[in-house]
Design a protein around this ligand. Structure first.
Ligand code: AKG
Length: 281
């Protein structure tokens, strides 16, 4: 059992994040990197090849058993359970990969801004470092206590070096001197609240920075903008009726999973890109 201590839980509620926390052991990390490389080296099925950002960037747990396995890891879930309670749904699992010496960054934002899930406290991200994330390779930066605010105004830049779908950025000034860097060793994770101000810089290092952002919610969370939404049961049960349940895939690109992935992505993209006239990338 790897639950958070009462002190860590208090710290999470005070700051809106926690790091570094243990996530994957050495063999789980090696397996994850091997499986990732196998997926990256394999041709993408034709029906998914038009996705501009590729299927690792978004909702990768629909298509790849190894991602679903990481998201069900008991070390990760025990710590998430300390915050969310015993019934946990997996809402999304998104890779953020920065190649060595590349300018891609993530501007200051609050995750819940565009998902249609409201301002809930019942969403948390476990961001797992599969390679070292440090200041040089563009680790995450957090503004302590910023999750206590409501969702603030954001604007869209669609900048090509921004890893976010809309290049979205908080419209109020964020004082960089308030920010805390969250460096992680491979296999470690941070947890952050859905309203926390966070960002990350470019990868100026000589290694690839690979992060997997796993989004968890409780069954009480609801899709408030779109007609319906999708999630996988990660632990406990969901009797809420709020969610279309996604099955755990049994192999990469299982045809039924590809169909569900496309359907869910299309419905979620309508929510994400509402009022923009743009398609999601
Ligand atoms: O990986 C990054 O640099 C940013 C990730 C992020 O914004 C998130 O997990 O919400």
């Amino acid at each position: 059992m790897q639950h958070l201590s009462p002190q860590q839980i208090k710290q999470y509620h005070r700051d809106g994040y926690l790091y570094p926390l243990p996530a994957l052991d050495t063999s789980e990390l090696t397996a994850a990197l091997t499986d990732l490389e196998a997926v990256e080296n394999r041709p993408v099925p034709a029906e998914l090849s038009l996705l501009v950002s590729g299927c690792l960037r978004k909702n990768a747990m629909y298509l790849f058993p190894f991602i679903s396995k990481i998201a069900h890891n008991s070390r990760v879930l025990d710590q998430v359970e300390s915050i969310l309670g015993q019934n946990i749904l997996l809402y999304a699992a998104d890779f953020f990969i920065k190649e060595p010496q590349t300018p891609h960054q993530v501007t200051w934002h609050q995750d819940l801004t565009y998902w249609g899930l409201g301002e809930t406290d019942d969403q948390i991200t476990a961001w797992i470092a599969l390679t070292e994330a440090n200041t040089a390779s563009g680790c995450m930066r957090f503004v302590p206590g910023s999750h206590k605010q409501q969702i603030v105004g954001h604007h869209d830049s669609y900048a090509s070096d921004n890893l976010l779908s809309r290049g979205q950025e908080i419209s109020v000034d964020v004082n960089e001197s308030d920010a805390v860097h969250a460096p992680l060793q491979p296999g470690e994770m941070s947890l952050h609240h859905g309203r926390l101000f966070h960002a990350s810089g470019p990868n100026n290092s000589s290694h690839r920075r690979v992060g997997l952002a796993i989004r968890y919610i409780t069954p009480s969370v609801k899709q408030l903008v779109g007609e319906r939404d999708f999630a996988m049961v990660a632990r406990g049960r969901d009797d809420s009726g709020h969610w279309v349940h996604i099955p755990i895939p049994s192999c990469n690109y299982e045809p039924s999973a590809v169909g569900l992935y496309l359907q869910a992505s299309s419905e979620q993209d309508k929510v994400l890109m509402r009022n923009t006239g743009q398609a999601a990338t």
